[in-house]
Structure formats: structure tokens, C-alpha cells
Design a protein around this ligand. Structure first.
Ligand code: SAH
Length: 220
């Protein structure tokens, strides 16, 4: 498949993207700036060429190394939850993966620091951001469970792999009033949670059931 056909007809066409946006609306995504960012983000650039024809289906897809690109609904929902409550300047993302979620969010905040433990995925994501001319993303190859204390505090944190409980190291890197959206729990038993840092600790809201790959320790 050449670049022309990727941007042209078939499932990577503007019509396929519009169908995806309509579906996200039906599934309850309301924030127009989020729908617009999803509309503008070429998801087919973030998957292997062999899967490009499925890029605008509302489904997770494999990206190698046992990882997956998140389902567009989940990307939109987590972005909406993070933004509800006001605009964010600096955001920390744990789990760059394909870079798709990062690219969507990069259009809605000033700067993102994104951490990935698998070096090969990080390099691929970096090339994608360069090819799309995205400049407000800083990538780090480290264990995201520790956060990035040298750049803290953050207005928001988004975690796209599931720890078993709320990582306090991350809560402590939020500004007061800052929000963190993350899946929590072991296989098939995960729930999406929004944590808001308060002056004395944090509050949490349990939202909906989700399925994510686990948050693992160490770097590869
Ligand atoms: N938002 C990404 C999701 C990728 S899957 C996308 O849509 O493509 C989750 C990612 O989290 C994987 O790439 C995995 O390698 C990464 N990950 C898991 N544990 C991690 C950790 N402790 N630190 C950093 N990244 C981690």
C-alpha cells in the first residue's frame, strides 16, 4: 500500500473517520474539542500498515511487544475526563505505546511528558510525532510507576496501563486540584478511576469497567 492510498479511499478515508466520530457521539462522548482532536488524528499512522484498514474501527489493535493501541472510545473518554474541570498546561502520560493517545491529547494541552518502558515502541512513537510535526510532546524511557519527579508537579496525569491500586508516587506529582485518570485492577476486573488531588490527600471517583494491559515495572 503506498502513502497515496493510505490517505485516499477505503477505511482510512475522511468518511471512515466521520463514522468513528458519530459512533463516539452515540457512545456518550460530548466534549467537542475532544471529538475534534480525534477527528484530526490519523490513527492509521499509529498502527502497522497491515492493520491500517481497521484503524477507524472502535477497537483496540495489537502494536507488537504484547501491547495494544487503545480503543478510540477509551482514548476519547479518558481525555474528556481529564479535561473536565478546566484546561491543563502540563500533563504526564504513563504508557506512550503507539503514541495515539499522546497525539490526541497534544492538541488539547500545552505540553505532555510521556513515559514508556519499551524502547522500541518509544522510538516508533517519536518518529510518528516528527512526521506529523507535533512538537509539544517530551518522551522518556523509564518506569512510569515512579512518574517523573524532576518535571512535577503536573496539572493532569493519564495512565494507559493498569496498576493494581492507586500509585501514590503519581498522586504526589499532581498539583492540588490536579486530576489523574487511570484504570485500576487485575485482568478483566479493572475500573476506570479519576483521582483529584486535594490539599490534604485525594478523592477518587470510580467510573466504568475497562480492560487494559497491566502496568509493569522496569525498562526494556
Ligand atoms: N495509549 C497507548 C496504550 C498502549 S498500551 C496507545 O493507545 O497506544 C500501554 C503501554 O504502557 C504499553 O506500551 C506498555 O509498554 C506501557 N507500560 C506498561 N507499564 C509501564 C510502566 N511501568 N512504565 C511505562 N510504560 C509502561
Amino acid at each position: 500500500m503506498n502513502a497515496g492510498s493510505l490517505f485516499g479511499t477505503g477505511m482510512t478515508s475522511p468518511r471512515a473517520r466521520e463514522r468513528l466520530i458519530n459512533r463516539l457521539r452515540k457512545e456518550g462522548i460530548r466534549d467537542r474539542s475532544v471529538l475534534d482532536a480525534v477527528r484530526k488524528t490519523p490513527r492509521h499512522i499509529f498502527v502497522d500498515e497491515a492493520l491500517a484498514s481497521r484503524a477507524y474501527e472502535d477497537t483496540a489493535l495489537p502494536i507488537g511487544h504484547g501491547q495494544t493501541i487503545s480503543q478510540p472510545y477509551i482514548v476519547a473518554r479518558m481525555t474528556e475526563l481529564l479535561l473536565a474541570g478546566g484546561p491543563l498546561d502540563t500533563v504526564l502520560e504513563i504508557g506512550t505505546g503507539s503514541g495515539y493517545q499522546t497525539a490526541v491529547l497534544s492538541q488539547l494541552v500545552k505540553r505532555i511528558y510521556s513515559v514508556e518502558r519499551i524502547g522500541a515502541l518509544q522510538n516508533q512513537a517519536r518518529r510518528r510525532f516528527q512526521s506529523l510535526g507535533i512538537r509539544n510532546i517530551r518522551l522518556h524511557h523509564s518506569d512510569g510507576g515512579m512518574g517523573l519527579p524532576e518535571y512535577a508537579p503536573f496539572d493532569g496525569i493519564l495512565v494507559t496501563a493498569a496498576p493494581e491500586g492507586i500509585p501514590l508516587a503519581l498522586v504526589n506529582q499532581l498539583k492540588p486540584g490536579g486530576r489523574m485518570v487511570l484504570p485500576i485492577g487485575a485482568d478483566q476486573e479493572q475500573v476506570l478511576v479519576r483521582v483529584t488531588r486535594t490539599n490534604t490527600g485525594y478523592e477518587k471517583e470510580l467510573l466504568e469497567r475497562v480492560v487494559f494491559v497491566p502496568l509493569l515495572g522496569g525498562v526494556l
